[in-house]
Design a protein around this ligand. Structure first.
Ligand code: G6P
Length: 610
């Protein structure tokens, strides 16, 4: 959600902190701030809005010190404003915080604090007051942190610096992630390894409940029973270059265009291209004995899971239950003994998904996660991990993470079918070869991006847009609608085409564009029939299909409609390919409307709060 950076270095920290914050801005961007310790004294600069505002502030009032902390905020308690921006501080301590302190009111009452004693409306400020009280009582920074941590309820990552301590930083995590970067006589803190990539490749991930006291050349980690523990230092493959925009206008555009490459990379982990066989690692599950598979995720990752439900049920006949994680975890669904639960998450840190996973673990489910970040909490708490090779995804609206999730989920669905004897060698070859066609067919769609841009000129004027699909392509309609909403702020709904006559058809007139994802598959005639019903009522249809599908549709109606021709592809693989034109459509609508595509209002990339 929010981004945290901390540096204990040799050089002036402010520029490095700003650089780190820029890499974290995708996590939250409604206000920013930094604090340093210089000659034992705490200094702070903050600004509402984007990092550029903080840079201007620092230019006006420079801030020195070789040790400092920084924060980019996604508001939970308190509006986005300079007062609510982190770091929060007193003369004694400055704190940046990611997550939520649920019992902050009780804690403030316990300290006898009145609203007028508070500088901000945030939950974070109470931590500063708790620490200050301990420090005033003569406790050391470490003792103070040790005493207040058990009082905090909620999920949080914290990074703290103290007046009079030029070379001591303390971090803590419960729920929200925190990584420590180990440099050459320098130490870094970050809410993800991406922020630390330019400084060091040696990363130490704190376990849940850990806290750490660090100097420039030493880190000492404690677990939640105050025992000193060792956590491994791992090499991250991320480098400072992993997060550039290249020649693209936005990260989202770059990420859409990376899809042929990252899907190719992902496929190499799960299929043997020459032998045309599946090579999914052994997950330690005998699917012959599995009565039900449960899938849970949030946002775009949920739609990937929904496509997988169609795939798994069709290919394996094993029933699949799927729910958004925020519903799933509180619904407390009954689960079969020894079942399998699959979690899909780009970041591997989404709080609701993580809690749904923990619920399933308690129900003795085997946990398989499909994540992009191998070091993430979800990955670390899973029994088996299938990684997407999407690389860092910075644009808040997910694109390449989604199509690589789909790629992994299809490989998994096929592998389960193979294991239980429902996929013979011939079919395996057929599907593997269809998957291998994806990078080139997606490139063909991307080469036609200008056609989508032309269609977007019209769609961008609409107030409401309806996306339709059927069967395995119905979730693609929902994902198309989500993409459009997220970045262009146009209201959109994804609907199963067959349900249209039970409600949404009432909305149809020439002001509501209808985007139909309609591969030429066994449901084509049904979907095309539903589209005709919309055309007959004056609906402006954008019809996405292959050349045969478009030809058939032309024969079915004399009314003209906009069309986008998608390469022919195996029907099972189609949702992956048909994701790309709806991503492009959303992208160009937002581009035409001039919105902030990479950082849409109110959204954040990694939602580590409930
Ligand atoms: C946020 C992001 C979405 C993402 C969802 C789940 O809402 O804006 O793009 O799909 O979280 O994130 P995850 O990291 O779990 O895939």
């Amino acid at each position: 959600m929010c981004g945290i950076i901390g540096i204990i270095g040799k050089n002036q920290a402010s520029e490095l902190l700003i650089d780190g914050l820029r890499r974290l801005e995708y996590r939250g961007y409604d206000s920013t701030g930094i604090a340093t310790v210089d000659d034992g004294i705490l200094n702070r600069r903050r600004a509402s809005g984007k990092i550029i505002n903080l840079e201007k502030e620092i230019l006006k009032k420079p801030i020195s010190g070789t040790m400092g902390i920084g924060h980019t905020r996604w508001a939970t308690h308190g509006v986005p404003s300079e007062n609510n921006a982190h770091p929060h501080m007193t003369e004694k301590v400055a704190v940046v915080h990611n997550g939520i302190i649920e019992n902050y009111r009780e804690l403030a009452d316990g300290l006898g604090l009145k609203p007028s004693d508070m500088e901000s409306e945030t939950d974070t400020e109470v931590i500063v007051h708790l620490l200050t009280q301990k420090l005033n009582d003569g406790k050391t920074p470490l003792q103070s942190v040790q005493e207040i941590l058990p009082q905090l309820k909620g999920a949080f990552a914290l990074c703290m610096i103290f007046s009079g301590h030029n070379n001591t930083m303390i971090g803590a995590r419960v729920g929200s992630p925190l990584a420590i970067g180990v440099g050459d006589g320098e130490t870094y803190f970050g809410s993800d390894a991406l922020a630390l990539a330019p400084y060091t490749q040696d990363i130490c991930y704190l376990n849940d409940g850990d806290y750490v006291i660090a100097t420039d050349d030493n880190i000492k980690i404690y677990d939640n029973s105050d025992k000193v523990v060792e956590r491994p230092i791992v090499k991250t493959s991320l480098s400072g270059d992993s997060v550039g925009r290249g020649n693209y206008e936005t990260f989202m555009e770059k990420e859409i265009h990376e899809q042929p490459t990252v899907i190719g990379d992902t496929l190499t982990s799960y299929i043997h291209p020459a032998k045309q066989t599946l090579t999914i690692p052994d997950l330690g599950v005998d699917f012959n004995k599995i009565e039900k598979i449960t899938i849970s995720a949030c946002g775009t990752a949920y739609y990937a899971g929904l496509v997988a439900k169609y795939w798994i049920e069709k290919l394996t006949r094993i029933p699949v239950e799927i729910d958004v994680a925020s519903e799933f975890r509180y619904r407390e669904p009954p689960m079969f003994k020894n079942g399998v639960a699959i979690f899909v998450s780009q970041s591997g840190e989404t709080m609701d998904t993580l809690e749904a996973l923990r619920y399933c673990k308690k129900q003795n489910q085997k946990i398989i996660s499909i994540v992009n970040v191998l070091e993430s909490t979800i990955a670390r708490e899973s029994d088996a991990i299938l990684q997407t090779q999407a690389g860092p995804e910075i644009g808040v609206a997910s694109t390449k993470a989604f199509t690589t999730q789909l790629t992994v989920l299809l490989c998994l669905s096929l592998s389960i079918a193979k294991q239980i004897g429902k996929l013979d060698k011939k079919l395996e070859k057929e599907f593997v070869s269809a998957l291998l066609e994806l990078p080139s067919t997606i490139s063909q769609v991307l080469a036609e991006a200008d056609n989508i841009k032309a269609i977007a000129e019209n769609v961008a004027k609409a107030k409401d847009v309806l996306f339709l699909g059927r069967g395995v392509n119905y979730p693609i309609a929902m994902e198309g609608a989500l993409k459009l909403k997220e970045i262009s702020y146009i209201h959109a709904e994804g609907y199963p085409a067959g349900e249209m006559k039970h409600g949404p058809i009432a909305l149809i007139d020439d002001s509501v564009p209808i985007i139909a994802s309609c591969p030429n598959d066994e449901l084509f005639d049904k979907t095309a029939g539903n589209i005709q019903e919309a055309i007959a009522r004056g609906g402006r249809v954008v019809f996405m299909s292959d050349s045969d599908g478009i030809a058939k549709m032309r024969k079915m109606t004399s009314t003209s409609f906009a069309e986008f021709c998608v390469p022919k592809i195996n029907h099972l693989v189609a949702p992956i390919l048909y994701s790309v034109p709806v991503q492009l459509l959303a992208y160009y609508c937002a581009f035409i409307k001039g919105t902030d595509i990479d950082q849409p209002r109110n959204l954040a990339k990694s939602v580590t709060v409930e």
